[in-house]
Structures are given as structure tokens and as C-alpha cells.
Design a protein around this ligand. Structure first.
Ligand SMILES: NC(=O)c1ccc[n+]([C@@H]2O[C@H](COP(=O)([O-])OP(=O)(O)OC[C@H]3O[C@@H](n4cnc5c(N)ncnc54)[C@H](OP(=O)(O)O)[C@@H]3O)[C@@H](O)[C@H]2O)c1
Length: 318
């Protein structure tokens, strides 16, 4: 019989924590041993036979792997604590994503070997995941005109903002609306995107504009890629197909992807389109994925699988 690994989830009542718990329950080699919540401590953890415990009383010594799903500012401390105790730890927050934190940036499709040997993983941000997966083969193959900026328009469903009550996220505020936020490269994912792009092929200029989309989950990113003469959508699609031929969690489509094709799956779907009647030599790259799966909990399980020596796809919906 295959080895079972014991898992704990810190911050298990949030949107990503709930999703990590759901994936662990369906995972053939993981068993949930604890789930923490401050606000619901003592109550039954839905769908499990456990009760939520406060994080301070979580039995870290009893598990092999910990997923920390707290807000940024708190989450990383718990992941560092777990890794220091010898456990495999995945932090879903932004706390450990900058270089120099001691954590490995866990984007397996791009830097898998580093994830395999790691104890402490900084799980990537949702928006950066699609951007980096989509652009990596193009940058690495020299198919992007580095003299011009990448323009990245992105939209996320409201679960991307977390489950805590906020007036600006009330149904009455977001329903039947669509708006940009964090404009002018002010969103907190901008440094992470910059570091990731630079790692791929040197510093790249980009303009990142996120939007709030009144759906529950899912992200769509439209990237205007400046290309050298002679490069078109077919060339970019071919480069991605070659790079991701063996990747179970990246789909390069013949058409442009839609959010609903990816919700519930741990997949980034990519599509390309030429722009008619223009002289700017731009190609459109569209990436769609589930912010709570490939953008968070699914990627976290993928990273944990690699760290624990399990098959990377184990327990993940494709
Ligand atoms: N949502 C996404 O799409 C997404 C994607 C990628 C990464 N992330 C990152 O993943 C982490 C969790 O995100 P989330 O969307 O799951 O957040 P969330 O829905 O707001 O959940 C936060 C969790 O932390 C707990 N918590 C403990 N102390 C807290 C405090 N002082 N303030 C607020 N909550 C506290 C909350 O439950 P109790 O109050 O019951 O303890 C809850 O379980 C964040 O760092 C976020 O940046 C989120």
C-alpha cells in the first residue's frame, strides 16, 4: 500500500483553505489531521470528522505537510514555523514570494526541480500564475519584442478578494458592474510579476491592470504581446505547445479560452489570436484559469505532491 501523508490546514475557513481541505479529502495519499479557524474554533469542519482548532493549538508535530492559508502578513510565519519543525510547508499568501525569504517560488511548470527539493514553498499569486505560464515559452524562445511593453488586462471573480466581509465587495456593489482596480501598476502582484518575468529572460516592461468581474471564481487575462517581424499567433501557439507538450496542467487551445472552461480544474488554458489591420506587431495571448485551483489551492497540492515525492497529478482535477 502507498504511504499516506498527514496534512494540516491553517486558515481552513477561507476560500483557499476550504478548497485545500476539499482537495485533501479527495486525495488518495493525504489525510487531513487538523484544520484551524479562530472564528469557528470548536465547530465541525464541514465535510470532515474534525472540529476547527485555533492555530496556536494545532498539532504540528502530528503532520507531514502544512498548508498556510491565512491573510498575507500572518500566513508566512506559520509556514516558516512548520518548515523549521521539519515539515513540508506551502504558504498560499504573498509573504514569502519575494526573493531572499528562504522559500522556493512554487510554479512547477517553470521551476519544477527547485520545488522537488524544497521544504518551504511560496505558492504563486493567482494573477502571476497565468501571466508567467503564458509568457514563459515566448520569452525563453526570444519571441517577444523586448523594446516594447507587455500590456496585461486581467479580470478576477470575487472569491479572489477572500471571504472576509468588505463593503466594496457586497453583492449590491459588484453585481452587474465591471471595474478596474489597482491601476497604474499599483496592484500588490506587480513586484511578483516583475521578478518572474525577469527570471525568465531579463527585466521586461509591462502594464498590469486587474479588474473585478462579478462572477464567483475564475480569472481571464488578455495579454498584448509585442512581437518581432514575422512572428504571429501560430508561431507563439507552436512555441507553447512544444514547451508544454508533457504538462498535464497547461492546455494550449486552437480557440481562445473562456473562464468557464477552467473552473473546477487545476489548469491554465491558453489561446492566441492575430490582430487584423494594424501595424504594431502585436499578438493576443489569452489565459483562463480557476483562481482557487491553479491560482491557489490546486497549485498548492501540486507543490506538496512534488515535495512529498508523490505523482504530481495525484488528487488534482485536470
Ligand atoms: N482567494 C484567492 O483567489 C487567492 C488566490 C491566491 C492566493 N491567495 C492568498 O491566500 C491567502 C488566503 O486567501 P483567502 O482568499 O482564502 O482568504 P480568506 O477567504 O479571507 O480566508 C482567510 C482565512 O484566515 C483566517 N484568519 C485567521 N486570522 C485572520 C485575520 N486576522 N484576518 C482575517 N482572516 C484570518 C480566516 O478564518 P478565521 O477568521 O475563521 O480564522 C480564514 O480561514 C491570502 O494570503 C491570499 O492572498 C488567495
Amino acid at each position: 500500500m502507498n504511504r499516506m501523508f498527514k496534512a494540516g490546514v491553517i486558515g481552513a475557513t477561507g476560500y483557499t483553505g476550504l478548497e485545500v481541505v476539499r482537495l485533501i479529502r479527495a486525495h488518495p495519499a493525504l489525510r487531513l489531521v487538523f484544520a484551524t479557524s479562530e472564528s469557528e474554533a470548536g465547530r465541525a469542519a464541514g465535510g470532515t470528522d474534525l472540529r476547527y482548532v485555533p492555530a496556536e493549538t494545532a498539532p504540528l508535530a502530528e503532520v507531514d505537510v502544512v498548508f498556510s492559508c491565512l491573510p498575507s502578513g500572518e500566513s508566512g510565519l506559520w509556514a516558516v514555523r512548520a518548515a523549521a519543525a521539519g515539515l513540508a510547508a506551502v504558504d498560499l499568501s504573498a509573504d514569502l514570494r519575494e526573493p531572499g525569504t528562504g522559500a522556493v517560488y512554487g510554479l512547477p511548470e517553470l521551476w519544477r526541480d527547485e520545488v522537488r527539493g524544497a521544504r518551504l514553498i511560496a505558492n504563486p499569486g493567482c494573477y502571476p500564475t497565468g501571466i508567467l505560464v503564458g509568457l514563459a515559452p515566448l520569452l525563453r524562445a526570444g519571441l517577444v519584442d523586448r523594446g516594447r511593453s507587455l500590456i496585461i488586462d486581467a479580470a478576477s471573480g470575487v472569491t479572489g478578494a477572500g471571504r472576509n466581509a468588505r463593503r466594496d465587495l457586497l453583492f449590491g456593489e459588484v453585481a452587474e458592474d465591471y471595474r478596474a482596480y489597482g491601476v497604474g501598476n499599483r496592484h500588490r502582484h506587480v513586484p511578483e510579476i516583475g521578478v518572474g518575468l525577469a527570471r525568465l529572460a531579463g527585466p521586461a516592461e509591462f502594464v498590469f491592470t486587474p479588474h473585478l468581474l462579478p462572477i464567483r471564481r475564475g480569472i481571464l487575462e488578455t495579454i498584448y504581446v509585442p512581437v518581432p517581424d514575422g512572428v504571429n499567433a501560430a508561431v507563439l501557439a507552436a512555441a507553447c505547445r512544444t514547451a508544454y507538450a508533457a504538462e498535464p496542467f497547461v492546455a494550449v487551445l486552437d480557440e481562445l479560452p473562456a473562464v468557464r472552461d477552467t473552473v473546477g480544474r487545476n489548469v491554465v488554458a491558453l489561446g492566441f489570436a492575430d490582430v487584423a489591420g494594424q501595424s504594431q506587431r502585436l499578438v493576443l495571448l489569452v489565459a483562463a484559469f480557476d483562481n482557487l485551483l491553479k491560482g491557489a489551492a490546486g497549485q498548492a497540492i501540486q507543490n506538496a505532491n512534488l515535495m512529498l515525492g508523490l505523482p504530481e497529478q495525484e488528487g488534482l482535477p485536470q
